[in-house]
Design a protein around this ligand. Structure first.
Ligand code: NAI
Ligand SMILES: O=C(O)C(=O)[C@H](O)COP(=O)(O)O
Length: 381
C-alpha cells in the first residue's frame, strides 16, 4: 500500500544513527525500548526496536504501526507469525554485527591468555556469526567442528556431542523454543558434563541456550565466557561469580555493527514501503573512519598478537564493569537489571579491527610475518 510522508516513527533511544537514516521521513520519538507501551504507539506508523522490546499483539494491537524494524540479528523478541498475520511488514538486520561477535571471541580468548593456535574449535550454530568464525579459523589453519542441524552439508558438520568435545566451544545459535531443533536449554546439565577439563566455553548467542541454573550448580573444570544470560536484564549474579569472563550482552556492540543495523533497517523499510533512500544517509554512510592510535608492542609471537588485540578491544573491561555493578547491587546500590541496561546504554565506542592498520615490520621489528598474516586474517588493514 502506498505511504505518504511525513511519518511518525517511534524508536528505541539506543539506536544510533536514527537522524541520519530516518530523519528525512518525518518525526522520530525516542523512548526506552525495554518498557514500550501501546499508548506510546497510538500515532506511530513505524516502530524501530532493538532486541529488548517484545513486539507482539500485546504491544501492537489497535495501533497504526505498519512496519517494524529491529536493528539486530536476533528475532526471538518479534512475534513474526502474528505480524505476518496482521499484514505488518517487518525486518531484522541479518549479519549486521556478526563481525563484532567474531572479534569478541578472539578478544575473549586473548583476555584469558588462551593461544588458539593448535586448539580445535567447536561451533554451535553456523549462520552469519558461526560461518564467519569458521572461515577465519580455516584461514588460520585451525580445525573446527560444526553443529547446525539445518546445515548438515557443511564440510565440518558434526554431532553436538562431538562439538562439545573440542578445546574451544563457541555458541552462536539463535534462541528457538519450538520446531524440530529447539535451542532452549540445548546446553543442559548433561551437555555441560561432556565438556572436557581445560576447554573454553564461549556463549554469545542467546542466554537461554545454556541452562543457567545447571551451569551455576556445576563444579566445572572448564573456562566459561558468558556474554548472554538467561532472563536478561535480570541475570544471575551468582552465576557471574562462577564464570571466568562475563559481559552484559555486548559481543555485537561494535560501533560499526550498530550503525550497520540501522542502515539495513532503512533499506528494508525502503523495500517494504517503496521509499527513496535518504541523501543525508548516503553521505553519513560514506564518512571516513577516524584516525586510530598506532598499535604497538615490544613482544613477539602470540604474546604480541594478544597485546595488539587487547589494545583494540579488551573484554576484561566489560567484565570489571559488570562485576562492579553486581557488587554494588548486592550492597544496596542500583539493582543489577537496571545497571545491566545502563552498561549497555553507555557502552564505549568500540571500532572493529578493520579500522586499525597493521604495524609495519620497521615499526615493530619483533613482530614476525606469521603473526602479521594472522592479524590480517582477523581483519586489520
Ligand atoms: N551477543 C551478542 O551481542 C549477539 C548475539 N547474537 C545472537 O547470535 C545468533 C546467531 O547470529 P547469526 O549467526 O548472525 O544468525 P543466523 O540466523 O545467520 O544463523 C543462525 C544459525 O543457527 C542455526 N541454528 C538454528 N537452530 C539451531 C540449533 N538448535 N542448534 C544449532 N544451530 C541452530 C541456524 O540453522 C543458522 O545457521 C542470533 O540469532 C542472536 O540471537 C547476534 C548478534 C550479537
Ligand atoms: O543483534 C543481536 O541479535 C544482538 O544480540 C544485539 O547485539 C543486541 O543488542 P540490543 O538489541 O539488545 O541493543
Amino acid at each position: 500500500m502506498p505511504i505518504t510522508t511525513p511519518l511518525n516513527i517511534v524508536a528505541d533511544e539506543n539506536i544510533p544513527g536514527l537522524e541520519q537514516w530516518f530523519g528525512d521521513l518525518g518525526t522520530i520519538v525516542r523512548a526506552p525500548g525495554r518498557n514500550l507501551s501501546p499508548s506510546q504507539l497510538a500515532d506511530a506508523d513505524i516502530l524501530l526496536v532493538r532486541s529488548v522490546t517484545q513486539v507482539n499483539e500485546a504491544l501492537l494491537a489497535n495501533t497504526p504501526v505498519r512496519f517494524v524494524g529491529s536493528c539486530t540479528i536476533g528475532t526471538d523478541h518479534l512475534d513474526t507469525h502474528w505480524l505476518e498475520q496482521q499484514g505488518i511488514a517487518w525486518s531484522a538486520a541479518p549479519g549486521c554485527n556478526a563481525n563484532s561477535v567474531v572479534e569478541y571471541v578472539f578478544c575473549a580468548l586473548a583476555a584469558l591468555d588462551v593461544d588458539w593456535r593448535g586448539r580445535n574449535f567447536g561451533i554451535v550454530g553456523c549462520g552469519n556469526v558461526g560461518g564467519s568464525l569458521q572461515r577465519k579459523l580455516h584461514a588460520l589453519n585451525i580445525q573446527c567442528k560444526i553443529y547446525d542441524p539445518w546445515k548438515t552439508d557443511n564440510p565440518d558438520s558434526a554431532t553436538l556431542e562431538e562439538v562439545l568435545q573440542q578445546d574451544v566451544i563457541c555458541l552462536h545459535a539463535p534462541l528457538v523454543k519450538d520446531g524440530p531443533h529447539p535451542s532452549l536449554h540445548m546446553i543442559d546439565g548433561e551437555a555441560l558434563d561432556r565438556i572436557r577439563p581445560g576447554a573454553v566455553l564461549i556463549s554469545a548467542g542467546r542466554g537461554a541456550v545454556i541452562d543457567n541454573h545447571a551451569l551455576r550448580e556445576r563444579d566445572t573444570s572448564f573456562t566459561t565466557v558468558l556474554d548472554v544470560w538467561e532472563n536478561e536484564p535480570d541475570m544471575d549474579a551468582e552465576l557471574l561469580e562462577r564464570v571466568n569472563l562475563g559481559s552484559p550482552h555486548i559481543a555485537g556492540y561494535s560501533h560499526d555493527g550498530k550503525l550497520a543495523g540501522t542502515r539495513m533497517i532503512r533499506e528494508a523499510l525502503n523495500q517494504a514501503l517503496d521509499l527513496p533512500v535518504a541523501e543525508t544517509a548516503q553521505e553519513a554512510s560514506s564518512a571516513s573512519s577516524p584516525e586510530q592510535p598506532r598499535l604497538t608492542t615490544d613482544k613477539s609471537g602470540f604474546a604480541a598478537m594478544r597485546e595488539l588485540l587487547l589494545s583494540m578491544y579488551d573484554p576484561r573491561q566489560d567484565d570489571t564493569r559488570l562485576r562492579a555493578a553486581a557488587q554494588s547491587a548486592a550492597t544496596g546500590g542500583e539493582s543489577l537489571p537496571l545497571a545491566f541496561d545502563q552498561l549497555r546504554k553507555q557502552y564505549p565506542k568500540r571500532l572493529e579491527f578493520s579500522h586499525y592498520t597493521l604495524p609495519s615490520s620497521a615499526q615493530l621489528p619483533n613482530l614476525d610475518q606469521a603473526v602479521c598474516a594472522q592479524l590480517a586474517i582477523l581483519g586489520l588493514k
